[in-house]
Design a protein around this ligand. Structure first.
Ligand SMILES: [Zn+2]
Length: 103
């Protein structure tokens, strides 16, 4: 499926050409390029604007995907046993302003 990020307006597919998943992350800033005249002189300076409320589709730390299922690692409070894996749902780091499916 293809999406448009509402925060940065970027468009992307959730799958890369090789079939692996793609996790969108907004850039840290937007860039409005400089404008030059015919002699190469800058007539409008480049404008860089930090991007607020960025989308970050990376999976939250502490979640593990194993055999297609999502788990949260839970440490043993006594540290005598290895951590256990509790079933969980996928949570991304930040929704940003959301996304719209475009195809
Ligand atoms: Zn974005």
């Amino acid at each position: 499926m293809k999406f448009q990020c509402i925060t940065c307006s970027g468009t992307y597919s959730d799958t890369q050409p090789d079939g692996t998943p793609y996790f969108h992350g907004c850039p840290s800033e937007t860039v409005q390029p400089a404008v030059f005249d015919a002699t190469g002189k800058v007539t409008v300076a480049e404008v860089r604007t930090p991007l607020a409320n960025r989308r970050d589709e990376r999976i939250k730390p502490g979640l593990i995907i194993q055999d297609g299922k999502v788990y949260r690692e839970v440490a043993d409070p006594t540290h005598d046993k290895p951590p256990t894996l509790d079933p969980a749902v996928v949570e991304i780091i930040s929704q940003g302003k959301g996304r719209t499916q475009i195809a």
